[in-house]
Design a protein around this ligand. Sequence first.
Ligand code: NDP
Length: 311
Amino acid sequence: MENESVKCLIIGSGPAGYTAAIYAARANLSPVLYEGLEPGGQLTTTTHIENFPGHPNGITGVQLMEDMKEQAVKYGADVRFGIVTEADLSHRPFRITVDGRHVVAAETVIIATGATARYLGLESEQYYKGMGVSACATCDGFLYKGKNVAVVGGGDTACEEASYLSTICNKVYMIVRKNFLRASKAMQARVMETPNIEVLFEHNTKQVLGDEAGVNGVLLTGADGTEKVIDVDGFFLAIGHHPNTELFKGQLTLDEAGYIVTEPGTPKTNIEGVFAAGDVQDPHYRQAITAAGSGCKAALESERYLMTLGD
Ligand code: NDP
C-alpha cells in the first residue's frame, strides 16, 4: 500500500539530481527528491571548484550544491531527507520505499545516486580527507600549484590525473602496486614521456603523513619490504569508483562494473519511465557539469514520457 503518489521521483542530490529537480519543477511535474546518504553528493567532499561555468572566482562544492538545492526548492521541488531502501521497478507506477517504511508510487523515476570513489582504507587517509587527500584531481589539483603531489593507481584515470597534475604541479609521483600500468598504451606513453612524472612501480601506501596544516608526505613500502617517504602536499586517489546501483541490480541493465547502461546520448534505461543521470551512468567524464547536463536531459525525457501517458 503506497503512502503517496508522485509524477516524478528523483533519487540523489548531486548536480544531476538537483538539475533534474529544477527542470522537472519548472515543467510542473512537482518532483520529489530524496537526498540520500550524502546530501549534495561527492562535490561536498571537495574544496574549491573552479571549472563550473558561471563562477569565474570559483565556488566551494558545498555552496554550489546549496545553491542548486535552493534553486530547485524555489521552483517547487520537494527536497527531502531520506534514503531509498527498496525500488520495485517491475511495473508502473514504480514503488520506491524510503527509510524502510514510506512507500512512494512514482510515474517516472530519475536515478542520480552517483558513484563513490574508492579509498585505500587507511586511517590516515580518512583523517586528511579535504586536507591534502582528494579523489578528484580536476577538482582540487589547482590548490597544489608548484607543489609535489602523489597519485595512487595505474589505470586510465590515474594516468589522466597524473598528466593533468603535471601541468600544474612541480612533481607528480604515481604510486602503482604492480610492475606495470593497467592504462591504455597511449596514456602509458604520455605518462612515461612527461619529465615531471615519476612512476613508483611495486609500491604501496602504508601511511599518509602530515600535521595540522595537512598532508606533507607519504610513507611507502616497496616490493622488498623497504620503506621510504616521499615529500608531497597532495595525495590523490585514482583507484576506481563504485557506482551506487545496488538497489537496481536484477532490474536495470548494468555494465560489468555496475554502472547503469543508458541508450547512447540519452538518459533512458532499459525500463520505460526510468531514467539515469550523472555518475551512476557515466564511468568516463564524472564532472559536475556533465552530471548537471544529464540531469537536465532526464527531466526533459520524464516530461515527454508523462505526456505520452496523457498525464
Ligand atoms: P581501473 O579499475 O582501470 O584502474 C584502477 C587502478 O587502481 C589499477 O591500476 C589498480 O591496480 C589500482 N588499484 C585498485 N585498488 C588499489 C589498491 N587498493 N591499492 C593500490 N592500487 C589499487 O579504474 P580507472 O578509474 O582508472 O578506470 C575505470 C574505467 O574507465 C576503465 O575502463 C578505464 O579504461 C576507463 N577510463 C577511460 C578514460 C578515457 O578513455 N579517457 C579515462 C578514465 C577512465 P591493479 O592494476 O593492480 O589492479
